[in-house]
Design a protein around this ligand. Structure first.
Ligand code: PHE
Length: 349
């Protein structure tokens, strides 16, 4: 019997030497100490032995069992240590204590200008709304008093989806939804509608230094009883003076948009020459910045608001334009270029 035990011991020692990972080790453990393992098998043969023999044999098997258990656990410790060392040595070659060399990135100039405008309007009690870039023909045109085949659609040709929806050509496309969202509070609780909604707009446009097929606007509306053009001028002047950090003069010229009546182009005094006249303002002293006007009665009606009782103003601030003016960016295409040399120059103050 002790011969058998020695055989087992030897075979085990050989196998253990060859085991290189925890899985191989586990297989060896099962082979010797598992339910059907060789050592367990020895135990089972005990019943064939007589009293005295049984005792010595039992002791010997126990010794063997303990030897094997100990050897396996020692080997496990060694393997784990080796695995850990391998993991440590495989760490890529860099110095964790070195100071960071990567720049932190910067905000896009349009994001900066947009946030500034949002801050100012928020402080004047305007809600900031987000709206989808994909809209229906109704939202973009019909609800804004631009029926099918109206010539005003020519200026706002955009990209159409096969299902008839389109990429919004102006942020005005959200007006109808805004009126419907806030009309109840206006009519029942007498709360004026005051909201701005910045967004990306698209037009089917050949690009050059001043034109892009993708640009940003920020629409604003205010609706209440007795809203007039002077309210519009006040809000625009306040916002622009904050954004440019100086007193900005504004003037209104007539402008046509089917969804406002009367409609205007709002100009600001030239930021470069202060109104004296220079090449940037084509020597007029004024820069065209923001179309606006009093909301057309048909547009209010489409939004469920009675134009006999309520009036309001709307404006469509060109955020892209504003960013170009504020930061002196000459080519509009730089803004969508992803060119970090250009875009990373602007940081929030
Ligand atoms: N939506 C118009 C445009 O993009 C601008 C505008 C907005 C005009 C609001 C008047 C009032 O051309």
């Amino acid at each position: 019997m002790s011969e058998k035990m020695n055989e087992i011991r030897q075979a085990f020692t050989e196998k253990l030497k060859k085991a290189v990972n925890t899985q191989a080790l586990e297989e060896i453990r099962i082979e010797y100490l598992g339910k059907k393992g060789s050592v367990t098998g020895l135990m089972k043969t005990m019943k064939e032995l007589s009293g005295e023999e049984k005792k010595t044999f039992g002791q010997q098997v126990n010794v063997l069992k303990n030897e094997i258990t100990k050897a396996i656990s020692e080997k496990l410790g060694q393997i784990k240590q080796k695995e850990l060392e391998a993991e440590i040595n495989s760490v890529p070659d860099f110095d964790l204590s070195a100071p960071p060399v990567l720049d932190r990135g910067s905000y896009h100039p349009i994001t900066l200008v947009q946030r500034e405008c949002e801050q100012v309007f928020k402080s004047m009690g305007f809600a900031i709304e987000e709206y989808s870039e994909i809209v229906t023909d109704y939202e973009c045109f019909e609800a804004l008093n631009i029926p099918k085949h109206h010539p005003a659609r020519d200026m706002q040709d955009t990209y159409y989806l096969t299902n008839g929806q389109l990429l919004k050509s102006h942020t005005s496309a959200a007006q109808n939804a805004i009126y419907k969202k806030y009309r109840k509070a206006l009519i029942e609780d007498g709360k004026p509608i005051k909201a701005i909604f910045p967004g990306r707009c698209f037009r089917n446009e050949a690009t050059d230094a001043c034109h892009e097929n993708t640009f940003f606007q920020m629409e604003g509306v205010m609706v209440d009883k007795n809203i007039s053009i002077s309210n519009l001028i006040f809000f625009m002047k306040t916002m622009l003076s904050e954004v440019f950090q100086k007193d900005i003069k504004v003037r209104l010229r007539p402008g046509f948009f089917p969804f406002v009546e009367p409609g205007f182009e709002l100009d600001i005094s030239c930021l470069i020459c202060g109104g004296e006249g220079c090449p940037s303002c084509k020597h007029s002293g004024w820069l065209e910045l923001c179309p606006c006007g009093m909301i057309h009665p048909e547009v209010l009606k489409a939004g469920g608001i009675d134009p006999e009782e309520y009036t309001g103003f709307a404006f469509g601030l060109g955020l892209t334009r504003l960013a170009m003016m504020k930061y002196g960016i000459k080519d509009i295409r730089d803004l969508n270029s992803g060119n970090l040399k250009v875009l990373s120059q602007f940081t929030a103050e």
